[in-house]
Design a binder for this molecule. Structure first.
Ligand code: CU
Length: 141
């Protein structure tokens, strides 16, 4: 019994050991424009974490409605709050800053290896956000 448990734990070990934590700054602006996540694109393995840092004031990180893989739980951080999120489901996640969504403060998180060309946006994404997402896709293809 004990050796069976050990075998299971050893089998899981590589997965746990490989999980990484990435940091994303929430900024009033950077080289990509005003109101920005930095970086605004991350490519993760399932189980990786992202820590959203309240680097500058007035921002949060939240999933864009219907812009996340099936089965993935939405999240919404509070303004000025640092949050850490574990990404488990493969696919594309659109992340926004709630107060600056219209201004295009969004980022894309990819979990897994799907090409960005397979990403589909929900219909009601705001124009400012669509513009930023198009730039993100262009820079990362
Ligand atoms: Cu913001």
């Amino acid at each position: 019994m004990r050796s069976a448990i050990l075998a299971v734990l050893l089998a899981l070990l590589p997965i746990v050991a490989q999980a990484e934590t990435f940091e994303v700054k929430m900024l009033n602006g950077n080289a990509t424009g005003g109101m920005a996540f930095e970086p605004d694109f991350l490519s993760l393995k399932p189980g990786d974490k992202v820590k959203f840092l309240a680097t500058q004031r007035g921002h949060n990180a939240a999933t864009i409605k219907d812009f996340l893989p099936e089965g993935a739980p939405p999240f919404k951080g509070k303004i000025n709050q640092e949050i850490e999120v574990t990404f488990t489901e493969e696919g594309f996640y659109g992340i926004m800053c709630t107060p600056h969504y219209d201004m295009g403060m969004v980022m894309v998180v990819r979990v897994g290896d799907a090409p960005l060309t397979e990403m589909t946006l929900p219909k009601d994404v705001r124009p400012g956000a669509v513009k930023r997402i198009e730039q993100i896709v262009e820079r990362n293809q």
